[in-house]
Ligand binder design. Sequence first.
Ligand code: NDP
Length: 316
Amino acid sequence: MAAPTVKLNSGYEIPIIGLGTWQSKPDEVIAAVEYALKEGGYRHIDCAWNYGNEKEVGEGIRRSGVPRSEIFVTSKIWASKLHDVEAALDESLANLGLDYLDLYLVHWPIHLNPNGNHPIFPTLPNGERDVVRDWPLRETWKQMEAMVKKGKVRSIGVSNFSERVLEQDILPYAEIVPAVDQCELHLYNPQHKLVAYLKSKGIVPQAYSPLGSSNSPLLKDETAAAIAADRGLQVSDVLLGYLVAKEIVTLPKSVNPARIKANLEGALAAAKKLTPEDIEKLDGVAASGKQLRLIQPPWGVDLGFENWPVKYATPQ
Ligand code: NDP
């Protein structure tokens, strides 16, 4: 079963379900990607330089035997590389063994010090992130646009960008409007306002951690469980189908073949079976006292960027 696609503002089509690869160990992700493409019905893989497994994702793509032209591959430029997009992109392309990406995202809306005390998560002596505070994001975006013109990427987008950052730092300067904004979107963090804003601008919302990431509390949610029982679905199907029904591109991660297949099939089945009343109930779950962010830092999407900088002792 293939996932339907959503049209991006670049004119390209993105499959509404993609395989996530964060925290997929290099020795597991080759088989996971190969299985997803060959047996699981997936045609969309979401990866990032910072996940440290791009080489293995590329190997899984090759082993699948599925033609490159049929696969939608996303990667992301890491925050310490925002000053030189082409060098970062070339590294990701070499890791993946590809000559173009379907989608390249700015992973975080901040520039971390490329000459800091750590190549990925540099910190200041006081424990705060070592952020290049005067870096204009529009400069990175200009370089992203140049990569489209060079044919190294088909579409470009952002991740973890709030309405405020898009309004202030990107849209006034953009020749190419971001195709997507990939954010933490799920039952307990639905960000209704952000999703409506993105749609109003023609930017496709993408849901990361749609199942609630590792050790997910969402899989035990009572409302989702009751709806799953009523509709003959698994709770995971309801969590994913809820997003798909709202035309949010959804990125479940798994390295388990049975779950990889079940997630795609279950999400598509649930998106069809969930009634408008089910969706309304699910829409209200977070506001009923369950609002929860699972991924750190809690990007200022709903919280307001005034909460930045936040002190993190432990890199996330
Ligand atoms: P998910 O919400 O996809 O949950 C993944 C976890 O759920 C894993 O532990 C997985 O274990 C388990 N799981 C998968 N399927 C099932 C199932 N059917 N039933 C029960 N458990 C299941 O979390 P992620 O945080 O990984 O988010 C998805 C993807 O989004 C990432 O992999 C990444 O590609 C992207 N992402 C992007 C971010 C960004 O900043 N742009 C941040 C975070 C994620 P197992 O593998 O053993 O099945």
